[in-house]
Design a protein around this ligand. Structure first.
Ligand SMILES: Cc1cc2nc3c(=O)[nH]c(=O)nc-3n(C[C@H](O)[C@H](O)[C@H](O)COP(=O)(O)OP(=O)(O)OC[C@H]3O[C@@H](n4cnc5c(N)ncnc54)[C@H](O)[C@@H]3O)c2cc1C
Length: 563
């Protein structure tokens, strides 16, 4: 089914189909065999305007949104998933820039991005940081007006061919994941070289490279959106880009069916066309239905995304702000769960369809001359890049636990919120629990007051301070997964998806960013106090009392007041 709902989307479909029939199909087998990037297709994409589909007209783009991007990616991947990656990965590399860039940065980078004069790529993965991107080791240390970058990225798509690389670096390693930032690094910058070129199973015409940074001096103007905000933009980027991978997977599945069905109609065995054997025909019907379900999932999602994304782009241009900020103002939906669902479902469908199609067609499908085995090889990567199937399941599960935890509060049982100042609130708990009745046994899951610490506490000693506050309020101390991993608290005191679920009346979060995998462990809608240096930390937006400041100053001051 055709899901184009406006003229631009229809044009995108038609143009992409034309490119597939006239340019991609004659070229794909050769580029795959030679494992070679196609400069011819790069030119064709430029002429066809494929790089600027989702970029605002003000920067020379077509003003379409995520739907246009996904439609093009689906159709081009129906021809060849490898050749489709030239505009696909340029978009992936540029989405974080587009979201986080200041108006000046947009003006500087978007026109050449939209025309395809400059290609972009996205460099997050490292040898020790794959599914766990927070483990990345590449550093970018400030030196005057520059960042000095050192480290190595691997498995980077369109490597060596791209001009700009959006690179995840750590600008403040002592802060761990909270020090991750995004820098735009231009090819040709001294010290930036390319290492190993990977030899791959599929998408072979798209080069996958190692990037090496040795004392690369990057101007501070190339920082996207402020230090320490990298993970936020990475997540937001993946929310918008994963439907693209899902669309690519649908294209691969459709491409495999397009080869299989005509073959089954003409190939005869036992005197009849293979498709008339009902066992085979039914299998084809089932594969086609799954492919269509995937397509519906993708475009239902991208059309909903565009309802927020396109106005945010226009507001950012009108108000001289960032698109990220305008999305926030619009209270835009967090798409993480839906994007993960689309990618998980469609990538599994692509793999199943391609695999089954090879079985349905028999021996011929195993041969390189027949354009089917390539779909099976290409399909596999959609289950791996931009987060493996397991990581998509983790995202979905985390969101579900959070949704159900939030809904789990029985009506009428929520505490009276914000009885007054924070001091009045805490004094209430202080008076309620005289020293003689304070709990001796630590029972985290039943404790009415929990003082929890995260990465921001910074040391085991810091937890002694949290313990003092907990003692004063008749509470107990818990913490986040990183706090447990660092040995600052016992693993039994971890709260979150991988730890305990707690049901306090009062929850004091100290130095905790408020990632879903932690907050999913807090049930029952408690009064939430957050103490954090970073006013942008997600938990500060959710807190009933958001105290901006250093916990090593705030907690002693609170203890003083409670004397
Ligand atoms: C062809 C190709 C192109 C790529 N292009 C890019 C690119 O342009 N830019 C970029 O930054 N990266 C790119 N990548 C990297 C890609 O995103 C990673 O390979 C992917 O995120 C998985 O990381 P990993 O390979 O280190 O696997 P690992 O993280 O080592 O995972 C190995 C296995 O463990 C599972 N696993 C890991 N953690 C968990 C968990 N918590 N729960 C359950 N299961 C888990 C995984 O699902 C997987 O099955 C590319 C990869 C490939 C193959």
């Amino acid at each position: 089914m055709d899901y184009a709902i406006n003229e631009l989307e229809r044009q995108v479909l038609n143009k992409s189909r034309e490119l597939v029939e006239q340019k991609i199909k004659p070229l794909r087998a050769e580029m795959d065999a030679k494992e070679q990037f196609s400069t011819q297709m790069l030119e064709e994409y430029r002429k066809a305007g494929m790089f600027g589909l989702w970029i605002a007209k003000e920067y020379g783009g077509h003003g379409g949104g995520i739907t246009c991007l996904a439609m093009a990616f689906e159709e081009l991947s129906r021809g060849c998933a490898g050749l489709a990656l030239t505009p696909g990965t340029s978009a992936l590399g540029a989405i974080p820039m587009y979201l986080a860039a200041t108006p000046q940065q947009r003006q500087r980078w978007c026109p050449d991005l939209a025309s395809g004069k400059k290609l972009w790529a996205f460099a997050l993965t490292e040898a020790e940081a794959g599914s766990d991107a927070t483990a990345l080791k590449t550093t970018a240390i400030k030196d005057g007006d520059f960042y000095v970058v050192n480290g190595t990225k691997h498995f980077i798509s369109t490597g060596k061919e791209a001009d700009f690389y959006t690179v995840a670096v750590n600008t403040n390693p002592s802060r761990g994941a909270r020090g991750i930032s995004l820098l735009v690094i231009e090819k040709g910058t001294p010290g930036f070289t390319f290492g190993k070129k990977e030899e791959k199973m599929g998408i072979r015409s798209n080069p996958t490279y190692e990037l090496i940074f040795e004392n690369v001096r990057v101007p501070k103007e190339n920082l996207l959106g402020g230090e320490g905000r990298g993970l936020l933009y990475v997540q937001e980027t993946l929310d918008y880009s994963r439907p693209g991978v899902a669309a690519q997977a649908v294209g691969i599945a459709q491409g495999a069916l397009d080869v299989t069905i005509p073959y089954l109609r003409t190939r005869k065995q036992f005197g009849q066309p293979l498709i008339t054997f009902q066992a085979l025909g039914h299998q084809v019907a089932e594969l086609a239905a799954k492919t269509e379900a995937g397509r519906a999932l993708v475009y239902n999602l991208t059309h909903r995304m565009d309802e927020e994304f396109l106005p945010a782009v226009q507001n950012a241009i009108a108000n001289n702000t960032t698109i990220h900020d305008e999305l926030k103002k619009l209270k835009a939906t967090r798409w993480t769960k839906y994007s993960a669902e689309a990618k998980l479902f469609c990538s599994n469908v692509a793999m199943e369809v391609a695999d089954e199609c090879v079985t349905l067609c028999g021996g011929i499908a195993y041969m390189r001359d027949f354009p089917l085995e390539k779909y099976m090889r290409d399909a596999k990567v959609t289950q791996i890049y931009e987060g493996t199937v397991h990581i998509q399941k983790n995202e979905i599960l985390t969101a579900l636990i959070k949704e159900y935890a939030a809904n789990a509060t029985p009506a009428g049982s929520s505490p009276v919120r914000k009885p007054g100042t924070l001091e009045e609130l805490l004094r209430g708990y202080f008076q309620e629990t005289s020293p003689s009745v304070r709990p001796v046994e630590k029972n985290l899951s039943q404790a009415p007051v929990i003082v929890a610490g995260g990465r921001g506490v910074g040391s085991k000693e810091g937890f002694e301070l949290l313990q003092k506050l907990a003692d004063r309020l008749g509470g107990v101390v818990g913490g986040t997964r990183p706090a447990a991993e660092n040995g600052w608290i016992s693993v039994h005191d971890e709260i979150g998806v991988t730890g305990q679920t707690v049901h306090p009346k009062l929850y004091i979060a100290c130095g905790i960013s408020g990632q879903t995998h932690h907050t999913a462990g807090i049930s029952g809608n408690p009064i939430l106090v957050a103490i954090n240096k970073d006013p942008q930390a997600p938990i500060m937006q959710k807190a009933d009392y958001a105290v901006e400041g250093d916990l090593y100053e705030v907690i002693p001051a609170l203890l003083e007041k409670l004397k």
